[in-house]
Write a protein that binds this ligand. Sequence first.
Ligand code: C5P
Length: 235
Amino acid sequence: MSKPIVIAIDGPSGAGKGAVTHSLAIKTGFHILDSGALYRLVGLAARRDGIDLDREEHIADVAAHLEVAFLPASSGPEPFQVLLRGQEVTDEIRTDAAGVDASRVASMPSVRDGLAQLQRAFRKAPGLIADGRDMGTVIFTDAAVKIFLTASAEVRAERRYKQLKNKGMDVSLAALLESIRERDARDASRLVAPLKPAEDAIILDSSALSLDAVHEAVWEVVEQNVSLGANSFAE
Ligand code: C5P
């Protein structure tokens, strides 16, 4: 029995994966997996439990028992309302500090293992758009199409700056650029599931593109590689 289609969208933070994933999900009617949110949630849960972020065995335990829910949001820029242990944390997990915590816990092999099954459970008919760093290389190696969306660190910092400012958050562009560079270095150099394109990924650099142009380019790749009329509805 064939499995539902997966479209993997990987790349560094701020490359536009979230917006692209959201628009693809609307166009296709597929489900969404925001895998970065899961690492952010593990970091937040560990902080709330007072666990030192260097204690891998304790954090792995948090990951393996993560109690989360993604509820469709009725308004606002986020597609979901995110709940951790029944409590809303949608904005709390989007801060830059939460991203840095996420990248720390994401470098731990047992934390990644603990989240693998949860991520694969998002694969449901009619299909899944999976957003992350290792969707095409580790979690869904059989994805129908793998896109690696990237952009220069400067462009990504600027986009993130505007995004956070729009949410009313007080941020500094220089600090964001530094934290993006630090996060890129950590994500790309870690031993497990480092940030890199899958061998069969299509690489799109969005640095010089408007958001509309990025959406168009991604949609073109999807249409060329995925037979959307022939979705599998069987698991
Ligand atoms: O995508 P987002 O910025 O929310 O991800 C936060 C962090 O989670 C990333 O910097 C990365 O370290 C980690 N991550 C990961 N693997 C994924 C998704 C996110 O290691 N599939």
